[in-house]
Design a protein around this ligand. Sequence first.
Ligand code: CO
Length: 215
Amino acid sequence: MESYRRLLKNNQIWAENCVDRDPEFFSRLSKLQEPEFLWIGCSDSRVPSNEITGTRPGEIFVHRNIANMVVNTDLNLLSVLQFAVEMLNVKHIIVCGHYGCGGVKAAMGHDDLGIINKWLYNIKDVRRMHAAELEAIPSEDKRFDRLVELNVMEQVKDLAKSSIVQRAWAERGGPHLHGWVYGLNDGLIRPLCEIEAGSEMDPIYRFDGFVKVER
Ligand code: CO
């Protein structure tokens, strides 16, 4: 059987199982989605957001890209963020990185990877910001792990810098921001950092005087 046909076959079985368990499952979900979480994760096939968190369709709004980046010129990410924060009113935004991330690994190297170079600049910036800490780690594997963690934490800070998040904090006291890292070799998620809505932040990035906009 062609490999892609297996996916279609599995889908039929899955849909039947869902209806067996909960006859209203699809009719309910087709009417609305009310996810509490926005997940910003890596595109890596080994880090499936729903599966590793034991959640079902309808529970997590998902954005994935190489190395789970929050890039403030990325129209795709910004559109997802604005929709999740302002329309879906998500309570939590989770940036989930993972050890062994190929994007982070590539940003530690010097190969010319074409257009991917431009994406990796953002991770190289994280490296530069934390150069002293990273260079003090003798083991290359440990340095790689630490850059994965630092990268997640910087992306969480980048969320807090955005006017989308700051406006929502002012208007509704949410969402809360979380940085997590997933272990490919044990399947476990480790929380790294958390920024509660309305937390103090570097004043350089603070926006003031939000006017409530009716949407
Ligand atoms: Co990755």
